[in-house]
Design a protein around this ligand. Structure first.
Ligand code: PBG
Length: 322
């Protein structure tokens, strides 16, 4: 039925009517707040490329975790910055590393907040790659064992969920088997399944001090044009035991969030990554757009595309306004 019978504007006339027919609502439950944990005390070192985001020592992570929890956000994800980096990233499985200490503190004082950990070696290796180097590339199978050590160390410290982000083949199975063997069969895996080699990770690499010292990550992270391959990666991670799958970044890959939601009947997460955050912040700071509205629009779009969970540096800020 066409105009003039049909006038879609009738249901847009005022906020009450708009509210009644609104299809997608963002809630704090949808959000996961990332933190960068560094060694030391009383440290809050702003990340220049991510205004409003800082590397924080454990005491400050705990303080912010309380605030995050108070806004209704159910979970945080932790990234670690070690004291020293080496070829194997051995501080990643140091039971007294910044991430492990932060897990223990947060679980002791804010037990209701779920603590997820990013399991990857790039922050811990002196070459900045996500695994051990053999020749001029990352050695997949040799890396698996190290990721397992890191995941176990996080879970022993009390992590509620682990999130492997390295993109090695077989890492979900390796982590699942190791957790099960150590009586951690109840700990879920949030797999960074379709993680693309993206320019939008740029600001994160300053925050996590994880820029590769040679080459790039294209031999393990996905090639941005590939959507079918993303679905195969998700299928493989589910076969290996992933409980939640992720598409990352979010905005340039909304089509894949949509496909994942429809092709797989499991929870889908999306990572609104550092570059997506910094673009909005930069434009907001310059007065080029309304930051609050742009943020809500972006996060709601990611949810509308099909994401059940959104990892975003805006989580606490946005949840406080919902
Ligand atoms: C670790 C990791 C990265 C991000 C999450 N985990 C960086 C990378 O792969 O280079 C990116 C997050 C962001 O940009 O916000 N491998």
């Amino acid at each position: 039925m066409a105009f003039p019978i049909n006038r879609p504007r009738r249901l847009r006339r005022n906020e009450t009517l708009r509210r009644m027919v609104r299809e997608t609502r963002l809630t704090p439950d949808d959000l996961i707040q990332p933190y960068f944990v560094c060694p030391g005390r009383h440290i809050k070192k702003q990340v220049a490329a991510m205004p409003g985001v800082a590397q924080m020592s454990v005491d400050n992570v705990l303080r912010e975790a309380r605030e995050t929890y108070a806004t209704g956000v159910p979970a945080i994800i932790l990234f670690g910055i070690p004291q020293h980096k080496d070829a194997h990233g051995s501080e990643a499985w140091d039971d007294n590393g910044p991430v492990q200490c932060a897990i223990r503190e947060v679980k002791e004082h804010v037990p209701g907040l779920a603590v997820i950990t990013d399991v990857c070696l790039c922050e811990y290796t002196d070459h900045g790659h996500c695994g051990v180097i053999a020749g001029d590339d990352v050695d997949n199978d040799a890396t698996l064992e190290l990721l397992v050590r890191e995941a176990l160390s996080h879970v022993r410290a009390g992590a509620d969920m682990v999130a492997p982000s390295d993109m090695m083949d077989g890492r979900v199975a390796a982590v699942r088997t190791a957790l099960d063997n150590e009586n951690f069969s109840h700990i879920p895996i949030l797999a960074y399944s379709a993680k693309f080699a993206s320019a939008f990770y740029g600001p994160f690499r300053e925050a996590a001090e994880s820029t590769p010292q040679f080459g790039d990550r294209r031999s393990y992270q996905m090639d941005p044009p590939n959507g079918d391959e993303a679905m195969r990666e998700i299928a493989l991670d589910l076969e290996e035991g992933a409980d939640i799958v992720m598409v990352k970044p979010a905005l340039p890959y909304l089509d894949l969030i949509y496909r994942a939601r429809h092709e797989f009947n499991v929870p889908v997460a999306a990572y609104n990554v550092s570059g997506e955050y910094s673009m909005i912040r930069a434009a907001g700071i310059n007065g080029w757009l309304d930051e609050e509205r742009a943020t809500m629009e972006v996060l709601t779009a990611i949810k509308r595309a099909g994401a059940d969970l959104i990892l975003t540096y805006f989580a606490t800020q946005v949840a406080g306004r919902l």
